[in-house]
Design a protein around this ligand. Structure first.
Ligand code: FES
Length: 172
């Protein structure tokens, strides 16, 4: 036989709604933590390595013209690696040729799209082992696996001699 006192004790052992909520909240947090820990390695493995390996950032010039100050390119047969990005997110390289004519081009390697760098004589691929292509100042591959893939993309450009600025069309 239960007394009123025993009956109150039994009620006291029941979970209150607040305790149940706390339990569910705790379980939810624990499950979320497990899920994040399991997914994080998968997400970090999906980085765009071709872009990030050279610190490239998203393009800024898609769909318009950009003006590039070429006053620093004072000698024919030299070039300038600019900070201006083309629609492929790679820097735009400008080379100067005889009589002060200029050519603006992408620095995306035509083999596997690694960025190209300038060494004072031409462009070379930064892709590492197996990606040792070299390009001349016209953007034409001279050696390496990019040869069958042809030249880099050349952007139409017009030189404004009065301002020493090259107006480059980087998109439509
Ligand atoms: S990506 Fe440039 S040679 Fe392979």
């Amino acid at each position: 036989m239960t007394t009123e006192h025993d009956h109150n004790d039994m009620n006291a052992k029941k979970e209150t709604p607040c305790e149940r909520r706390e339990f569910l909240r705790t379980c939810g947090c624990a499950l979320a933590g497990i899920a994040i820990a399991g997914i994080a390695p998968l997400v970090s493995g999906c980085e765009f390595t071709h872009i990030n390996s050279a610190g490239e950032t998203p393009g800024t010039g898609n769909g318009r013209t950009v003006e590039i100050d070429v006053s620093a390119i004072t000698a024919d047969g030299t070039g300038l690696m600019t900070d201006v990005r083309g629609p492929d997110r790679k820097r735009i390289f400008v080379a100067r040729f005889a009589s002060g004519t200029f050519k603006a081009m992408s620095t995306q390697c035509t083999h596997s799209q690694f960025p190209l760098a300038y060494d004072g004589t031409g462009l070379y691929c930064t892709g590492g082992q197996g990606h040792d292509s070299r390009f001349n100042l016209k953007g034409e591959p001279q050696s390496g696996p990019a040869v069958p893939f042809g030249p880099v993309q050349v952007y139409p450009s017009v030189y404004d001699a009065a301002r020493k600025v090259l107006v480059v069309t980087v998109g439509t």
